[in-house]
Ligand binder design. Structure first.
Ligand code: ZN
Length: 232
């Protein structure tokens, strides 16, 4: 990128801020005022840092609704492996913000999954931090290699990685306690960039189901717990 092009990119960003201040902010003044000194998001959303993945857009949520944690490959190191940004965000979201849900969202064409599936040693040698970070997803590839689901693809690896990172989440003490108390749920998602489709991991079958089916399952669970409360 030339200097001029790089400068234009920055100018575009600043123009965006101007539009936000003059057009978007005035229409949402009350919302921002209500968020001035508090937040109570219901969900911790863990996604890849990929520029094409936009958590608020795909969930149609407003500021204040999602506590977002993003990194390369939507990875959650198992507790104790790498105490730092990821583990502290999880601890804070669960213990201080008391989120009810944690979602791990993988996506199509993920660069991290491509690097994991087909590592280029010369590229990775220049990025030792990335290489070391991706080790937290290594087990996903190992599982695919022994499964009989056909040849591993970037998509199947991304889905397996979501499952793996959810299992890593369970090793975090705050998450384990929340699950034991039934105050927290974990859910895996996969977002397909070209179709816009999101599929939801069904914990019981370990398969991905449509958003519609996931809503039906949740509705049925709500009806069942209501019936239980009434008969009790
Ligand atoms: Zn990615």
């Amino acid at each position: 990128m030339t200097d001029t092009n790089a400068r234009e990119t920055l100018i575009d960003l600043l123009h965006g801020v101007e539009r936000f201040n003059t057009e978007v902010f005035p229409k949402n003044r009350e919302l921002f005022a209500s968020l001035a000194d508090q937040q109570s998001p219901g969900t911790l959303f863990i996604a890849c840092a990929d520029s094409r993945v936009n958590p608020s857009l795909i969930t149609q949520t407003k500021p204040g609704e999602l506590f977002v944690l993003r990194n390369i490959g939507n990875i959650v190191p198992a507790y104790g492996e790498m105490l730092g940004g990821v583990s502290s965000a999880i601890e804070y979201a669960v213990l201080a913000l008391k989120v009810s849900h944690i979602i791990v969202c993988g996506h199509s064409d993920c660069g991290a999954m491509k690097a994991l599936l087909d590592p280029d040693p010369s590229k990775l040698a220049k990025m030792p931090t990335v290489a070391s970070w991706l080790r937290n997803a290594e087990a996903a590839r190992a599982v695919l290699e022994v499964s009989d689901a056909g040849p591993a693809s970037v998509r199947s690896l991304a889905e397996q990685n979501v499952l793996l990172q959810i299992s890593h989440l369970r090793t975090h003490p705050a998450v384990a306690a929340g699950l034991a108390r039934n105050t927290l749920t974990l859910q895996g998602w996969f977002y397909d960039i070209p179709s816009g489709e999101v599929v939801i991991l069904d914990e019981a079958s370990r398969h991905f189901v449509s958003v519609h089916d996931a809503i039906e399952t949740l509705r049925a669970a709500t009806a069942a717990s209501r019936a239980q409360t009434q008969s009790a």
